[in-house]
Design a protein around this ligand. Sequence first.
Ligand code: MD3
Ligand code: FE
Length: 203
Amino acid sequence: AREPIAPGAVWLHGFALADAGALLADVQLALQQAPLRHLVTPGGYRMSVAMSNCGPLGWCSDERGYRYAAQDPQSGRPWPSMPHSFMSLASRAAAAAGYADFTPDACLINRYEPGARLTLHQDRDERDHRQPIVSVSLGLPAVFLFGGPRRSDRAHRLPLQHGDVVVWGGPSRLAYHGIQALAHGTHTLTGPCRYNLTFRCAG
Ligand code: MD3
Ligand code: FE
């Protein structure tokens, strides 16, 4: 089912279910080349979510700030290429949400273990905010917090499940959002964790 949640934001329930096995196999291949790591924020905090990237650009954070880079700072090598399964799913989901010709150049891979969370933030490091972000949830469920254009705006809670895809564009592109601390559990395909893929036009 296709559920509009706010202007420009569309929740595609189960859209990635048929592709989940192939996506997760390609996640593991990418992580062999660019292992997950806990980034440090510019404020000096270690993130509870473990991250990596694939595609031409990857999102990085360290004491110097947030940025997109073509090389993995941990290895000095380019990020793994974007798997065809990722590109195909992202482009079909964007089209289903009304965004034709979505060609992301970055995929951030987030892994949540129980207790991991993402506090309310905006995604502003990408160059063209007219392009949407496509997010794919795999494994354990999570409570997504969706606020407004100001941090103080009241946040809605959306229960994101394995296989759900949400497309964030238009006025929702710069909304504050986050993920509540992941509850304990075990998923058949991922074990005790949740993966989230976010596709971005960064450069
Ligand atoms: C709404 N990730 O990586 S995906 C992130 O589940 C991030 O890992 C969360 O927030 C996760 O930056 C949420 C959903 C999402 C991603 C980007 C957005 C929602 C968004 C950008 C603008 C508005
Ligand atoms: Fe975000």
